[in-house]
Design a protein around this ligand. Structure first.
Ligand SMILES: Nc1ncnc2c1ncn2[C@@H]1O[C@H](COP(=O)(O)OP(=O)(O)OP(=O)(O)O)[C@@H](O)[C@H]1O
Ligand SMILES: [Mg+2]
Length: 484
């Protein structure tokens, strides 16, 4: 078949069609639908399908449709002349997709009804005009991060573990074309003179790219996927990120307006924890959020969201997190939430925490509570504030009440490994007490960490405050874990 978007000689897709066997090779009949394709599965699944209820059938049908879509998308990428896509008129491209997918479906022995076919073609159109080989990974809900190291190597993170995929780009030009498409859609540019960019995708995912020559072996892309369904406190308890007792403690802490810092390494779950903690804020409060890339999804009614902006190509128009924070203070906030404190905005954050905006929250990049405090000190020093160290520390000690440590452990699990209260100053040193911790006890043969959460036995320094605010936590939640 002739096609102006088709690669020359790309008519017949190479390789055995992966889905053919699922249909059992039966000749398609005009009225057969995707349901029939499921029914015609080999004996074992046919049996379970016969017993399956309508919900199960619907789920299987959806699974099957998405399998077919993935396969067709792969074929479209093989067959379409990607260069010609830039200038293609929408109607032409749609017609082309209908033709190529029709041919491929016929070859695969899959017959869809009109509605299914229309949905499928629309999805395929979105994918072709979308992010190419990255699209299936973006749509795969089990993937958290996508990491591209040049055109031939794409890693994903699933359940806390990195794995190499068989996704590749045709060449560096193909990869650059996708990067360009992403950044131009958000009004940014990336090229030799402007070789890296941070952006937010249309679906909310966080995107970073660095192109050659700074990226030596081909463009580097990192995507933190946006999850529509953010993990809530219940989910995190269920996944073993912390216990119900710790959740009850955190609820009291947030509701009683303690200033909370979530500390953790990269990808350890800081933003997720911050988001989940925010659910304990009362719905009547006015909350302002400030982020470099808007990721937080607060459930309350009264939320003002801000996103900082880097300078444009002429070096103008930058609005920093600090600018947003200063402005936020004039916007009558009850609480301020800064997605991640990493620079000069630390001063304003601490001041806000100290001066009537208690109950504020942020995250920092640090490996322990003590380390987190040193990070804050360093940030203050780097912001050019000349203050005696003791004054800096007492500013931190009076601003920060609680440091929650998030960690990604070596087996990929993400846990809240410590909850530490900041209790004041002793001489020149900030005093802290750990209230809960994750105690590791060993490793299973397949490298899963064995451990448990425990209270340290220290009673919270805020117990009285909790009680005054109506949160009478049972004293046994502060008792250490008793081994059976
Ligand atoms: N307890 C958990 N169990 C399972 N998945 C989790 C857990 N916490 C976070 N995640 C997932 O891990 C990924 C990284 O989480 P998150 O964005 O919160 O990390 P982060 O520490 O803020 O990362 P960064 O340093 O890049 O900002 C997300 O996809 C999130 O859904
Ligand atoms: Mg984060």
């Amino acid at each position: 078949m002739f096609s102006k978007y088709k690669k020359p000689g790309g008519d017949k897709p190479s390789g055995t069609p992966a889905l053919k066997s699922i249909d059992g090779g039966a000749a398609p009949v005009e009225t057969a639908s995707i349901d029939n394709a499921v029914k015609r599965k080999p004996s074992q699944s046919a049996k379970s399908s016969a017993q399956a209820g309508p919900v199960d059938k619907e789920r299987k049908r959806k699974e099957r449709l998405s399998e077919i879509k993935l396969e067709l998308h792969k074929r479209l990428l093989e067959n379409l002349n990607l260069g010609a896509l830039e200038t293609a008129a929408e109607a032409d491209l749609r017609a082309e997709i209908v033709a190529i997918s029709g041919e491929a479906l016929e070859e695969m022995g899959v017959v869809l009804n009109r509605e299914e076919r229309a949905t499928l073609n629309q999805d395929l159109y979105d994918e072709v005009t979308g992010l190419g080989p990255l699209e299936p990974l973006l749509k795969d809900d089990s993937v958290n991060d996508i990491l591209v190291n040049g055109p031939q190597q794409v890693f994903v993170e699933r359940a806390g573990k990195l794995e190499l995929t068989d996704t590749t780009f045709k060449d560096e030009r193909h990869l650059l074309r996708i990067i360009d498409k992403i950044v131009s859609a958000v009004g940014r540019r990336v090229d030799e003179s402007n070789p890296y960019v941070d952006a937010r995708l249309k679906d909310g995912s966080r995107f970073n790219a660095m192109v050659p020559p700074i990226a030596v072996d081909g463009s580097l892309v990192s995507i933190r996927k946006f999850k529509k369904e953010k993990l809530a406190i219940d989910d995190l308890v269920r996944f073993g990120a912390f216990t119900e007792e710790m959740a009850a403690y955190l609820q009291a802490a947030v509701a009683c307006r303690l200033n909370v810092i979530v500390s953790g390494g990269t990808g350890s779950g800081k933003t997720t924890t911050l988001n989940a903690l925010s659910s304990f804020i009362d719905n009547s409060e006015r909350i302002l959020t400030i982020e470099d890339t808007a990721e937080l999804q607060l459930q309350q009614t009264h939320v003002g969201r801000m996103e900082s902006r880097p300078a444009n190509v002429e070096g103008k128009g930058a609005v920093s997190q600090r600018d947003c924070l200063k402005n936020a203070l004039r916007m009558r906030p009850d609480r301020i939430i800064v997605g991640e404190t990493r620079g000069e905005e630390v001063i304003d954050m601490l001041q806000a925490m100290n001066t009537g905006h208690d109950g504020s929250m942020t995250t920092i990049h640090a490996n322990s509570a003590r380390d987190g405090v040193s990070r804050l000190e360093n940030m203050i020093a780097m912001a050019g504030i000349e203050m005696p160290i003791k004054a800096v520390r007492s500013q931190i000690a009076s601003a920060v009440n609680l440091i929650v440590q998030a960690s990604r452990l070596q087996d990929g699990s993400r846990r809240m490994t410590s909850i530490t209260e900041v209790t004041g100053m002793e001489g020149d040193v900030i005093s802290m007490q750990e209230v809960f911790r994750y105690q590791r006890v060993g490793l299973t043969p397949d490298n899963k960490i064995i451990g448990h959460f425990t209270a340290t036995g220290i009673r919270s320094a805020y117990s009285e405050r909790f009680r005054m605010w109506g949160y009478d936590l049972p004293s046994n939640i502060f008792e250490p874990f008793a081994a059976e």
